[in-house]
Design a protein around this ligand. Structure first.
Ligand code: OOG
Ligand code: MG
Length: 262
């Protein structure tokens, strides 16, 4: 696939994002789309955002838990890019107007203190982190009915990412065993999803290792200063106006968001 075709597809997805309009999955018209081409489309889409003044803050891993793989019927971890425009503040009241069919999911975020390269062990990756905290991601696939049937489609669409929020309580990863922390996401005070940190790549630190491997395939490392979402521990839950959402993670603390009434 040539540069022009990559640009064209990135532009279709970017227009869908800006105009909140669902589109047909790319692999319908381009069944041969490869994963490498899908990452090139993602990259082109991010460069459109950077041209509009956005700054890269880090990365999100996707499909790192069984729950998510089963929900989307796709079985391989993937990554997307996070920008400053996508970041919400802890306890922010935000409007879902302008989103297509948003969902929210419970995550763990890492702050990368030192550059990490592929080939590191989980412990080495964790030792390079300066912080860890509770986080939530709002995903909003640009595809019709939040349905796509291939990894290529979702990767090209920046892995459905729309917004994310990071707890204002950030802990040092030293001395916290991240292997089996209970994660409870409540909506309007009622438990909406409950999971454990070990459902994220068996240990959320493994998501960092996987991210470095995926980045290395494209010739990149994980830079110091990045924020990384390790992937949701449970299925995502549909967002509506007028919700109060809280994620509590054992030992890490909590993070909150509210959606505005229409
Ligand atoms: C793909 C993105 C998956 C996660 O945390 O697993 C993801 C999707 O669900 O559309 O963000
Ligand atoms: Mg996610």
């Amino acid at each position: 696939m040539d540069k022009e075709a990559i640009f064209k597809m990135a532009n279709i997805l970017d227009t869908a994002l800006r105009e909140s309009k669902e589109i047909e999955r790319l692999t319908r018209s381009h069944p041969q789309l490869s994963l490498a081409e899908a990452y090139s489309i993602q990259n082109e889409g991010i460069s459109f955002r950077l041209n509009r003044g956005e700054k890269v803050l880090g990365f999100k891993m996707g499909l790192t838990s069984k729950a998510k793989q089963e929900q989307m019927n796709l079985r391989k971890p993937i990554y997307g890019v996070l920008t400053d425009r996508m970041r919400l503040e802890d306890r922010e009241l935000f409007s879902i107007q302008g989103l297509i069919h948003p969902k929210i999911e419970p995550e763990i975020a890492f702050f990368i203190g030192k550059e990490i390269r592929a080939g590191v062990s989980r412990d080495e990756a964790l030792a390079a982190c300066s912080g860890v905290c509770a986080a939530m991601e709002i995903i909003d696939s640009r595809y019709l009915n939040f349905k796509y049937f291939s990894l290529e489609d979702v990767v090209a669409d920046n892995c459905s990412s729309a917004f994310f929020v990071i707890s204002s309580e950030v802990k040092s990863p030293k001395g916290i065993d991240l292997s089996n922390l209970e994660m409870t996401m409540k909506i309007n005070g009622i438990c909406a999803q409950k999971g454990y940190s070990n459902s994220i790549s068996s240990h959320p630190g493994n998501s960092l290792v996987q991210l470095c491997e995926l980045l290395a395939e494209r010739g990149h490392t994980l830079p110091a200063g990045s924020i990384v979402l390790a992937g949701a521990a449970t299925q995502a839950v549909q967002l509506e106006p007028g919700l109060e959402i809280q994620l509590m993670i054992e030992q890490l603390g909590s993070v909150h968001l509210s959606t505005a009434q229409l």
